[in-house]
Every structure is written in C-alpha cells, then in structure tokens.
Ligand binder design. Structure first.
Ligand code: SF4
Length: 104
C-alpha cells in the first residue's frame, strides 16, 4: 500500500498567502486540465504535484492525480514540468476571469 504525504509543508501558510489574491473563477470553462488521467499512472515523478505553487494538483491513493483550476495563479509551471508525457492542456482563462494579484 502506497502512503501519500502532503507535499506542501505549510499548507495553512500557503493558503493564508493565496487568500490575499482575488479570483474571478470562470464556472463554465477550465483553462487547464489533465488530458488523460490514466497516463498519470505511468508518470513516476508527478512533478505537477510538487511544483504547483498553488497546490492545484492532488495525489490520489490509486496513483491518479486530481486537478482543480479554481486556485490557479497562472504561473505556467505545470505546463513545463509535465514534459515526459505532455499530459496537461494549458491555456489562460478567458478575459475577465482568473487571478488578480494584490502585490504586483
Ligand atoms: Fe499550478 Fe501554476 Fe499550473 Fe496554475 S499554472 S495549475 S498555479 S503550476
């Protein structure tokens, strides 16, 4: 049995910082998605989980990954680190939606 630990060392601290920003979530269109959840089972590193600064990727006990676009900070990191299987479809949110930074 595989035991997963939270890759985020200080989740409460992360959430406090992200809460400063403002999000206008598009309820009708995810701007990023995992193309094929079965492909994640072949990916040993699953760097999306470790590298996303907003913890949008969550490991599941069966080896799959769940993604939530609502908290995305649009940094583009997941687009870069999923370079073995290219299994992430990535676009920016539609105009008027997405994150609004509070500190520049
Ligand atoms: Fe996370 Fe950045 Fe990818 Fe958004 S663009 S899901 S914040 S790694």
């Amino acid at each position: 049995m595989v035991v997963y630990t939270d890759p985020i060392k200080d989740r409460a601290g992360l959430e406090r910082k992200l809460a400063i920003d403002s999000y206008h979530v598009d309820p009708n269109r995810a701007h990023i998605w995992i193309i094929d959840h079965e492909t994640c089972l072949q990916c040993e590193r699953q760097q999306c989980i470790n590298c996303c600064p907003a913890a949008c990727y969550a490991p599941q006990p069966d080896g799959r990954v769940i993604f939530s676009y609502e908290g995305c900070v649009e940094c583009g990191t997941c687009r870069i680190v999923c370079n073995e299987f290219d299994n992430i479809a990535w676009t920016y949110p539609r105009g008027g939606f997405g994150i609004q930074y509070r500190y520049g």
